[in-house]
Design a protein. Structure first.
Ligand code: NAI
Length: 396
């Protein structure tokens, strides 16, 4: 079928298999162009099909020749209906890994559940014995708690007071004011249950209890801080509380891994266009301005560049991992550069629908958004028939 983007609000209902394949190939090329990474050889990535998790899987496999197991929650295709993009990414990843003789298997299902944890445990036992690195890169709006059976929903709201600021509808380019009411009831607790560190901890406990973490194993989860412009809705908002919890969890996991000389880190990454971040009010305007400035300075990075730098210059240097005063790895250093933030703040003050195409990188935002779904890649013939029924080889 001919596959075109079909937008509904902030999501795209279709995904292009060839475009997703191209996206994976481009990321592999980038990793190879940067040379080998002296990293872990048996890697579990939880949230491995898009964004930072996919980039981590690619960096491990094609930078360090690692065997990878990827866990994700994606929608397979049905006749006439495309899969979610992460499905096509995983299919392309496995295909490219197989070409190079790299072990790669995937598990599709709810990573919060006991069942998917058990499947992963069984697969590691059967195929890899143990793992040396566990990347935790889930971004989800909901979590069905495996012990209580309660379905928790996360919210993206300020705490304590109403927040009013500008945002942009990146489809139309319209800049307008948005008001977000503060959270109420159990919003904070629910957001912490979904996006905090409890599930990360449960994964590591389960792996450790089954003796599946190798001596010296490391685990890394991803966090975000961002600018003062977005802090009311992000870092000081409900999601920020979840990130505080995630960051605190790194310390308790680190303690629990002492007996195997293991380590646990949170890496604070840069703001990027992903399915998760497009849904956060105010962030698209911030990212449009940020991209413009970082591109002009030559410091702009996407997920793959960020993870390449995380691996090559932070995690696997052979020396102690550099961390900030709160024990976090910082790979958001170029985003939070004082000069960059100063320029974003200045532009923010006078951004309008009329001048945003000029002062911001709305085009870059849109391109990245379309790319998430496999659209807009050079080298892909979008007018050609594409087969939507693509398999992920290891998933029966
Ligand atoms: P994403 O939406 O691109 O990827 C999320 C991944 O989680 C996908 O592989 C998806 O299949 C998987 N997933 C979601 N729910 C699942 C479930 N129930 N079971 C199994 N897999 C599930 O997200 P992104 O942006 O790469 O986020 C990953 C982490 O990075 C998050 O913790 C996020 O807060 C953090 N981060 C994101 C930034 C951004 O600007 N996008 C910046 C800094 C950190």
């Amino acid at each position: 079928m001919i596959i075109e983007p079909r937008m509904r609000g902030f999501i795209c209902l279709t995904a292009h298999p060839k475009g997703c394949e191209q996206s994976v190939k481009n990321q592999i090329e980038y990793i190879k162009s940067k040379g080998p990474i002296d990293g872990a050889k048996r890697v579990l990535v939880i949230g491995a099909s898009t964004g930072f998790g996919l980039a981590s899987r690619i960096a491990s496999a094609f930078g360090s020749d690692a065997a990878t197991i990827g866990v994700f929650f994606e929608k397979p295709p049905t006749e006439g209906k495309t899969a979610s993009p992460g499905w096509y990414n995983a299919a392309a990843f496995e295909k490219e890994a197989a070409k190079e003789g790299l072990y790669a298997k995937s598990i599709n299902g709810d990573a919060f559940s006991n069942e998917i944890k058990q499947q992963t445990i069984d697969l590691i036992k059967a195929d890899l014995g143990q793992v040396d690195l566990v990347i935790y890169s889930l971004a989800s709006p909901v979590r069905l708690h495996p012990t209580t059976g309660v379905l928790h929903r996360s919210v993206l709201k300020p705490i304590g007071q109403t927040f009013t600021n500008n945002t942009v509808d990146f489809h139309s380019g319209k800049v307008s004011e948005i008001t977000i009411e503060p959270c109420s009831g159990d919003d904070i607790e629910n957001t912490v249950v979904v996006m905090g560190g409890e599930d990360w901890s449960m994964w590591i406990d389960a792996l450790k209890q089954n003796n599946l973490l190798a001596d010296g194993a490391t685990t890394v989860a991803y966090s975000y801080i961002g600018s003062s412009l977005t802090e009311a809705v992000y870092r000081n908002g409900t999601i920020g509380r979840a990130k505080d919890h995630l960051e605190a969890t790194a310390f308790s996991i680190k303690d629990s891994l002492k007996s195997i000389n293991g380590n646990a880190f949170v890496s604070v990454n840069k703001a990027l266009v992903t399915q998760a971040s497009s849904a956060i009010p105010v962030i698209p305007l911030y990212i449009s301005l940020l991209y413009k400035i970082m591109k002009a300075k030559g410091t702009h990075e996407g997920c793959i560049e960020q993870i390449q730098r995380l691996y090559q210059q932070r995690l696997f240097t052979g020396a102690a991992v550099p961390v900030d005063e709160k024990g976090r790895i910082r790979i958001d250093d170029w985003e939070l550069d004082a000069e960059v933030q100063d320029e974003v703040s200045k532009l923010w003050a006078f951004a309008t629908t009329e001048n945003l195409p000029e002062i911001g990188d709305l085009e870059g935002y849109r391109k990245d958004f379309y790319n998430l779904f496999g659209f807009g890649f050079e080298g892909v013939d979008y007018s050609a028939d594409a087969n939507e029924m693509v398999n992920v080889d290891s998933i029966k």
